[in-house]
Design a protein around this ligand. Structure first.
Ligand SMILES: Nc1ncnc2c1ncn2[C@@H]1O[C@H](COP(=O)(O)OP(=O)(O)OP(=O)(O)O)[C@@H](O)[C@H]1O
Ligand SMILES: CC(C)(CO)[C@@H](O)C(=O)[O-]
Ligand code: BAL
Length: 281
């Protein structure tokens, strides 16, 4: 596996690989890799000749300085895990390499970012769109792999690809979970034993809420009940739980069986912020 730390190295590699007729897959990450990331890499390796993974903790998408400072960083371990998964090139740039000067361009995704993560993490999707655009330009992928765990991020990236005419396929992979249902996440490593013990409740509550939506219980009622269950557990501080149209991401007032719905949740567990979602198709 090649390891690049400069944008120029990645650009040259991608241009040469494209010129040689190779199919390129890109898996953007912030590192501290787990099975969720590695499944994206394996999926890319199955359909692409070259698999580029990026490991970059992107400061512009963090609204909380402590979250950025405490984000787990394990570069050697990440590099070692990527090789057997089929990664052929790893891009691990410094902040100065990605942002030689602060980006001035601002993205506005309208209603798509006025809800959930966008509403609760001001500037988050501007940072995501900036860095993902940079990665698309440098790595020139034929396909880019993202996880459904970050449901709203997928919607934003899809819009970015459409609006800026990026010529690539967006591949979305289902959420990979621990045996007890907790969605794998790099931030899970920061959970205390007590918080880790109750963390699976997040997914359980989502599943119960999804079942209620299917039964025709009004979304507002489902939302209220689910938040109340989470709020009862001392370790949890729920931030939001939304029942939304899976395409527009806008909250729904009633369930129409023909239109997919997504239930998204964010909650703090002893200083660690986790998100998860379930789709009712
Ligand atoms: N459990 C998972 N299943 C599938 N894909 C995942 C999972 N966790 C992360 N991903 C995907 O991996 C890519 C990189 O995500 P990222 O590096 O932020 O990891 P993360 O585990 O989501 O970390 P955190 O949520 O703590 O930031 C994203 O496309 C994300 O959706
Ligand atoms: C897509 C991404 C790598 C951009 O920094 C990040 O938001 C993530 O890890 O999901
Ligand atoms: N997985 C999304 C990246 C973030 O939480 O900033």
């Amino acid at each position: 596996m090649l390891i690049f730390t400069t944008a120029a190295e990645l650009r040259t590699y991608a241009e040469q690989a494209r010129a040689a007729g190779r199919r390129l897959g890109l898996v953007p990450t912030m590192g501290a890799l787990h099975e969720g990331h590695l499944q994206l890499v394996r999926a890319a390796a199955q359909y692409c000749d070259e698999v580029i993974a990026s490991v970059f903790v992107n400061p512009t998408q963090f609204n909380n300085p402590d979250d950025l400072r405490l984000y787990p960083r394990l570069p050697e371990q990440d590099a070692a895990a990527l090789v057997p998964a089929g990664c052929t090139a790893l891009f691990m740039p410094s902040v100065a390499e990605v942002y030689p000067q602060p980006a001035i361009l601002r993205f506005d995704f309208g209603p798509l970012e006025r809800v959930m993560e966008g509403a609760h993490r001001p500037g988050h999707f501007n940072g995501v769109a900036t860095v993902v655009s940079k990665l698309f330009h440098l790595a020139r992928p034929h396909a880019a792999y993202f996880g459904q765990k970050d449901f709203q991020q997928v919607a934003i990236v899809r819009q970015l690809i459409t609006d800026l005419s990026f010529d690539l396929e967006l591949v979305v992979f289902p959420t990979v979970r621990e045996a007890d249902g907790l969605a794998m996440s790099s931030r899970n490593a920061r959970l205390s034993p007590a918080a880790r013990a109750v963390a699976p409740l997040l997914y359980q509550v989502l599943q119960q809420a999804a079942a209620q939506v299917r039964l025709g219980v009004l979304p507002a009622e489902v939302q209220q009940q689910a938040l109340a269950i989470l709020a009862q557990v001392p370790e949890f501080t729920p931030e939001y739980l939304e029942v939304a149209d899976a395409q527009s991401l806008q909250p729904i007032t009633s369930y129409d069986a023909g239109r997919p719905v997504v239930l998204c949740v964010a909650a703090h567990l002893g200083g660690v912020r986790l998100i998860d979602n379930v789709v009712v198709a």
